[in-house]
Design a protein around this ligand. Structure first.
Ligand code: HEM
Length: 464
């Protein structure tokens, strides 16, 4: 019953526990993460919840999270939502177990796809996709309509990863409804989340059948894309080329056809869903903080000058826009948790003994709001928290939107470049008008997204 935590009894839990169901009743299965945040506020920096016959330990205090970042004693744990994605993503990079040889193989083969050189190659494609977004927004504006922020950010980020990584065009901006790939993906993410709320998958039989259909659709899409590439011959050294053609520099080994399929799905999903949410939250905050928007825009005007489109280096120089993004990811890290397991018997932060294999979930949104780190106003949006001086004074391992260690996000630079570029372009082109009646509501499908966020636009100046 202790599940690898010999002193589990010392970890606080919610007051009312039901014999069979544990703490799950009263839990909202549509918003499990936000539910966990409520318990975190109630119970403190480490706590546990019981679901059915299992105990789950949650951690968010800065001291505990910093200790979990020690790669000599802890490693990624594939559990809960991530483990539930194994049927679709298998031993792809995100869902691979640490011991699976395909993790290191794919990591080494694909990492050069995220080098600075590779990123410079993606930049013109990212600009082209951003141009489709501004064309669409110009048309909405001309028609007197507000824009669907999460919907349009999802179109943008899907097209960006599809084009830069796979030379593929889903034609999202030509569609009025989401591409079926998106519908199937949202279906599998939502199903993976729901699996955590039942004692066994059989209880979700109908949803399970729907999920299998979604997975088949994702597989078919990916198989078509790979077949097309094999027929047409090499791309230009993009991710798909690396997956298909590149041998491991040390061992000469290549990815198997089955593993390529897993990686393509992994990158199409991991490569857009969280960036879309990050952009959406940032646009929400910009629309609510005109002073911040004005400062960010002044920076864009200064750094980009009269250039019609920014060069690669002109994006990295948008320091304040980047802080807006960081601050949005602080409050709403769109991949809101990651799991760590003990690789040896150890004591977490000198206080909580863990046996080898015991694991815990780090609740990033709470870590990012720990008042001991971020102050009494931690709930308040303020990009100056990421001013270099403030960053230097802060304890390490307190800002973790991209996870930690060897299994941290491989696409971090990709996401940051894309999102900073797009925020710069949008700030330069439009004034954002918030709907004063909108209250931020966050939907969950493993990832976070602002629900129903629409913004009004005004064209800022002609000719740009
Ligand atoms: C891993 C967040 C964008 C591909 C992760 C992890 C986090 C994360 C927290 C670690 C998960 C864990 O420990 O279980 C984010 C956020 C993004 C973003 C917040 C956007 C704002 C991207 C992009 C790509 C990508 C653009 C690809 C182009 C991956 C992959 C992994 C990963 C493949 C698994 C890495 C491994 O285990 O080797 N991401 N990510 N992500 N991410 Fe991202």
């Amino acid at each position: 019953a202790e599940q690898g935590w010999p002193e589990l009894h010392r970890i606080p839990h919610p007051p009312r526990r039901l014999p069979l169901l544990g703490d799950v009743l009263g839990a909202n299965r549509r918003t499990p993460l936000q539910d966990s945040l409520k318990y975190a506020r109630l119970l403190g920096p480490i706590y546990r919840r019981k679901a059915f016959d299992r105990e789950f330990v949650f951690v968010w205090g800065a001291k505990l999270a910093a200790d979990l970042a020690d790669e000599t004693r802890f490693a990624k744990h594939v559990g809960l939502g991530v483990a539930n994605l194994r049927p679709v993503a298998g031993d792809g990079l995100f869902t691979a177990y640490n011991h699976e040889p395909n993790w290191q193989l794919a990591h080494d083969v694909l990492a050069p796809g995220f080098s600075r050189e590779a990123m410079e190659g993606y930049h013109p494609m990212m600009l082209a996709v951003a141009g489709q977004l501004t064309d669409h927004w110009d048309a909405e504006l001309a028609a007197g309509r507000t824009v669907d922020v999460p919907g349009d950010m999802t179109k943008l980020t899907l097209e960006t990863i599809a084009r830069t990584g796979f030379g593929h065009d889903f034609g999202s901006f030509a569609r009025s409804r989401p591409h079926p790939f998106i519908t199937a993906m949202v279906g599998t993410l939502t199903y993976a989340q729901r699996l955590n709320s039942v004692p066994w998958p059989g209880l979700l039989r109908r949803a399970g059948r729907r999920n299998e259909a979604d997975i088949s659709y994702l597989n078919r899409t990916v198989d078509d894309l790979v077949r097309e590439r094999r027929r047409a011959g090499g791309g230009n050294g993009d991710l798909l080329d690396r997956m298909l053609e590149t041998a491991h520099p040390g061992t000469g080994e290549r990815l198997s056809a089955e593993n390529v399929r897993r990686q393509v799905i992994t990158f199409l999903v991991a490569g857009h869903e969280t960036t879309s949410g990050a952009l959406s939250f940032a646009l929400h905050y910009l629309s609510r903080h005109p002073d911040v928007a004005a400062r960010a825009r002044a920076e864009v005007d200064r750094v980009w000058g009269d250039a019609e489109t920014p060069g690669y280096d002109q994006v990295a120089r948008l320091r304040y826009v980047r802080r807006v993004l960081d601050e949005s990811l602080r409050l709403w890290p769109t991949a809101p948790a990651f799991a760590r397991e003990a690789v040896e018997d150890t004591v977490l932060a000198g206080e909580h003994p863990m046996r080898r294999g015991a694991w815990t979930l780090v609740l990033t949104p709470m870590l990012h709001r720990d008042p001991q780190v971020w102050g009494a106003d931690a709930e308040h949006f303020d990009p100056d928290r990421f001013d270099p001086k403030a960053v230097r004074q802060r304890a390490p391992h307190t800002f973790k939107p991209f996870g930690t260690g060897a299994r941290a996000c491989i696409g971090r630079q990709f996401a940051l470049h894309e999102a900073t570029l797009v925020l710069g372009l949008l700030l330069r082109r439009y004034d954002l008008r918030a709907d004063p009646t909108y209250r931020l509501r966050v939907t969950e499908r493993l990832t976070l997204m602002p629900e129903g966020l629409r913004l009004g636009l005004e064209r800022r100046r002609v000719g740009v």
